[in-house]
Design a protein around this ligand. Sequence first.
Ligand SMILES: [Zn+2]
Length: 345
Amino acid sequence: MSIAYRCLMSVVLAGVVCYASPALAGKDDGRLDVWWVDVEGGAATLVVTPAGESILFDTGLPGERDPGRINKLARERAGLTRIDHMVITHFDLDHYGGAADVAKLIPVGTLYEHEVRPDHRKRVGEAYLNLKCDKRVTLKPGDVIKLKQVDGKPKMSMDILAALREFIKPPKGVKAQPCDDAPKKNPDKSQNGNSIVTLIRYGSFDMLDAGDLTWNLERRLVCPHNLVGEVDVFQIDHHGLDSSNNPLLIERIKPHVVVMNNGDRKGCMPNTFITVTNARSVKALYQVHRNLRTPVHNTIAAHIANIKPKNLCDGHPIKLSVAPDGKSYTVEVPSTGHKATYTSK
Ligand SMILES: [Zn+2]
């Protein structure tokens, strides 16, 4: 049964909200699609390129729930039968934890990770080290992941800007900007700082996924040289925790849309929320969850995919879909029926 038909049937027979939008569905729609899977405050972002290749950034926690949600969304909504590229941004459980279980549910092509040092090997354990995939690649700053292109369409690219606390050299023509007055925090020695930072581009559209990069390293990303440039979409760092989301980063990358992969009681912290909502460039903030810890810090209801507490949560996603010409993108919150289109920079 086609998605469009299933959609119509569900409206007619059950009177429920139609979640699938035929114009935006599937891997063969010529669009760049990005799905934020609800993994309850972990990370799992699924990208499907205009050529139909799939890239999964992070995998939520191990077990049935998160890998199950990723697999279900990949197969049923994105129309995938495999994950071509799986990127693990860093070795915290809410990012690498679900990888081995995802690989049992859906075939995985290449696994990308930063260098796995002896202390990392102990940390991630056998299930992760031996997970089933075609090959493993160690990412370094400056690496470019080769993606299939579509003739006559804008260039699709995926550049690695940082990994394991190392950064690319400033691109040619990027001038140093003063930033001495930007405050620093105590050095962060956690795994978060190791996060792989990826810039995804399709024509004039770009999006930054920096995993759980923390404050001083976010500063390093834009100071003195802005290594990112300006982006359309910023997946909030570290689920919206205040140990990340340095205002200097947001001021310099000037996102129009921010997507927060928070949980009901994780992330979406006060300072981050204020930074994002006060940023002049930001037109819209979307949240995977309503913040139940400090309810005053929530975006508008239509932009929140899940409102129930974790134990009762239905796990609704957020979807972003870039037009085949790259010049605009639509953000959709299927659970609220919200849909808005933005012009790429
Ligand atoms: Zn995390």
